[in-house]
Design a protein around this ligand. Structure first.
Ligand code: UD1
Ligand code: CA
Length: 493
């Protein structure tokens, strides 16, 4: 690995990220918009890191406070260079070079808005630059529609210059080989070319691309590496392109996982972010979104309509119509449909969380079941226990939150409220409908509810003439004498 790093190593990478991105129509700087869960500038940094540059410079300008703050968080190793005004790509790289005094060797220049660019492509570009003995090597592509891109004007094998759309003649506009905006420069050639830049063009900008004609005219060798997979070079200028690049990156991530043995029933509605890890024989059903550092074990099935954010799913688990975040789901566990697992949830092996159950900071033991309509917050449920339908772990008293525990192989009857903090021991029962405010010992049954009273004749007296009264009368007729029904005596349980 170290050897490989030494081979790829370049003096510096400069990532241009100072443009205004006006077509995004956003209060958020363009390079902070996310593709596959990461900001575009973070993706550009990941790709650049593959070259192990001695220095990695990001040129910021428009809304630079926001970009700088983000960079400090996600990539503290980068050097930030400031472009005061957006005078063009040439000016942006000038600002980048100002942060690299005395730099010699190879400088890779790329953009913060090309989210599909792969590390392998940069490595290959540097290799081509070295093999060709070039002063500059441009990453180019032959595209179906070159509109808007700078066109590569060839001089035999070499590149003579790059002409921008707005400066091109009709003949030049017919060229389909485009400039991706990604280059390797010899530092001296770049410095000289930048010093000579003039804004004598249709846009009145300092064009980085003019460094190419400057080098060529000075007799230096400028090559172009044509990238067959041209989608990698496509940038993001507006929201439509943001969605298109996002869909393409997702398509590529899914293709990778399918090649690794994952079944994806409907790639169009399945979203998997770059940091996710999937084992063989995982099945992803339609409407599934796997985000952050989620991992799924061998043989597990996720979906349909499930979102997992930073969730660890065990082998052969089944997660159906669920929203989960920062949770661990054990091997062979079953979750859903309609479960909501919040941070701090840990579900044991073969455990079951069912419909309309919400968990938070809840540790559910192996083989335990919380099958229906429960809030399980700040809770520990022991191995093999059963939590009845509608049970509430009342964890909050309006001021603080407290934890309640249920031991192993215990049984909490339906519609119980466990008022935290309470401890229900191993092998204990709670009767249905109980409100539990005190601990329950091993082997005990806790019952806490009003005794049942049945008031005879109540319907006949209080609801005379109704269908209910008639039904009662009919039900009583064959077995009970009539006077008895109207007696109005009470009986206990
Ligand atoms: C540029 C190239 C064009 C190429 C295209 C590929 C030039 C003159 N043209 O055109 O040949 O086909 O990229 O996408 O270089 N930026 C700054 N500061 C500035 C201006 C731009 O940092 O003052 C940054 C932008 O944020 C962006 C990148 O540079 O990340 C490219 O800028 P953009 O304006 O999109 O260049 P294009 O006109 O697309
Ligand atoms: Ca662009």
């Amino acid at each position: 690995m170290a050897e490989q790093d030494a081979d790829n190593r370049v003096a510096a990478v400069v990532i241009m990220a100072a443009g205004a991105g006006t077509r995004m129509k956003s209060a958020v700087p363009k390079v902070l918009h996310r593709v596959a869960g990461k900001s575009m500038v973070a993706l550009a940094i990941d790709t650049a890191d593959a070259l192990s540059p001695d220095r990695l410079v990001v040129v910021v300008g428009h809304q630079r406070e926001l970009v700088t703050e983000h960079l400090a968080e996600i990539a503290p190793h980068v050097t930030i260079a400031i472009q005061e005004r957006p005078l063009g790509t040439g000016d942006a790289v000038r600002a980048g070079l100002a942060a690299l005094p005395g730099v010699v060797g190879e400088i890779v220049v790329t953009s913060g808005d090309v989210p599909l660019l792969e590390a392998e492509t940069l490595i290959d570009l540097v290799a081509a630059h070295r093999e060709g003995g070039n002063a500059v090597t441009v990453l180019s592509a032959v595209v179906p529609d070159p509109t808007g891109y700078g066109r590569i004007v060839r001089d035999g094998e070499e590149v003579a210059r790059i002409v921008e759309q707005s400066d091109a003649t009709a003949e030049e506009l017919a060229i389909v080989e485009i400039n991706s905006g990604i280059y390797v420069f010899d530092a001296a050639t770049l410095g000289e070319g930048l010093a000579a830049l003039q804004a004598a063009n249709a846009q009145g900008e300092l064009y980085l691309t003019d460094v190419i004609s400057h080098a060529h005219d000075a007799g230096r060798r400028v090559g172009a590496r044509v990238l067959a997979d041209y989608l990698q070079t496509e940038g993001v200028n507006d929201r439509l392109q943001l969605a298109e690049r996002g869909a393409e990156l997702n398509r590529r991530i899914l293709a990778h996982w399918m090649a690794e043995g994952v079944t994806v029933l409907d790639p169009a509605t399945t979203w998997v972010q770059a940091g996710v890890d999937l084992a063989e024989d995982v099945t992803l059903l339609p409407g599934t979104s796997l985000e952050g550092a989620t991992s799924v074990g061998r043989g597990a099935t996720i979906g349909p309509d499930t979102t997992l954010i930073d969730v660890e799913v065990g082998e052969n688990a089944r997660v159906l119509r669920t929203h989960a975040e920062l949770a661990v789901i054990g091997d062979d566990a079953t979750v859903g449909p309609f479960s909501f697992l919040r941070p701090g949830t840990e579900i044991g092996t073969r455990a079951h969380i069912g419909a309309f159950v919400e968990t938070k900071k809840a540790v559910i033991g192996d083989g335990a079941k919380v099958p229906h309509l429960t809030y399980c917050g700040d809770a520990v449920v022991g191995e093999g226990s059963n939590i009845g339908a509608g049970t509430i772990f009342a964890n909050y008293d309006g001021l603080g939150k407290y934890t309640s525990t249920v031991g192993a192989h215990s049984f909490v009857g339906s519609d119980s409220v466990l008022v935290a903090p309470v401890h229900i021991a191993d092998g204990a029962y709670v009767a249905a409908g109980s409100t539990i405010t005190a601990d329950v010992g091993p082997g005990e049954l806790a019952v806490s509810r009003g005794q049942q009273r049945n008031i005879r004749g109540w319907v006949a007296r209080k609801r005379p003439g109704t269908a209910t009264a008639a039904a009662a009368e009919a039900a009583l007729a064959p077995t009970e004498p009539r006077e008895h029904a109207a007696e109005g005596t009470e009986s206990g349980e």
